[in-house]
Design a protein around this ligand. Sequence first.
Ligand SMILES: [Zn+2]
Length: 315
Amino acid sequence: MKNARLRLVSAFAALAAAIALSLAACDEKPIAPPAIDGELAMKYAQGNFDLGPKVFRTEGAKKSAEWIVEQARMIPGFDKVGTVRIPPSTHGEYNVEIMFNGNAPDLVVIGAHHDTKRLFSVPEFAGANDGASGVGALLAMAAAITESAQKKLPPCTIRLVFFDGEEALYQYTETDGLVGSRAYVDMLRGEDGIDRFRAMILLDMIGDKDLHINLAGNSTPALAKVVISEAKAAGYADKFSLGDTDMLDDHYPFLQAGIPAVDLIDFDYGPDNRYWHTGADTMDKISAESIKTAADVALRVVWRLAENGFKDLKK
Ligand SMILES: [Zn+2]
């Protein structure tokens, strides 16, 4: 009788322990990625646009980089969880890198370019969609990650990188265009080793009011699949599709270095793409909702990849 009762007590103890353990396990589950504040993203995009032309190797691009650093530092609580810097320039580029340490050394880069196309016909061209929308997305991500990291660190290390020199000054060659992203990847090869870099997610021209992101055909297929599935899960299925057109964009140097990469781009801007690289690329053509759509999906992808342990990506 006594023994039986003891057995019952220990059975209860075991049950209680199991419940406690499973509760603790629940607690360890990665939390949902922080949601983007679209209005804030739009404010950042406006601020970046208002700086005027940001042509590679001009004062405008340098000013834009310094402005991005300032904005990051002004995010409440940023200095406790993040760092921001302009990495040493090797080809006249002013890239900006915001870094958040996470719960794992695995590293994901989310990138966008901050320079604008040099247009001889429109010298005041400041690029609302083609430049500022990506800057708005990344800064709003920085704000969202800063806030969530106060409660729980991201599931991996995240670098938000603003590339300079994406636009070709004349036309794309080995040395004209993608200068900032090439220099950044070269830096990774030298400094940190490339092995910790699990994925690169690029955002380019994601502000179009009439948003439809067609993933670049030369994106890593396994990574593109995750983007599509997270877009669907977030309720944005109709705004994303797998494209079959290869893009020479800032994800390309990462692909060349063997890092899985995906390019979220809407290369259909206005009737017959008429707003692209013209004076029509102004703030009235982009929206908070579109920037939020792309940025939300990018963060969801990072959280999902980390949850899956970055398995089976190099396909
Ligand atoms: Zn462009």
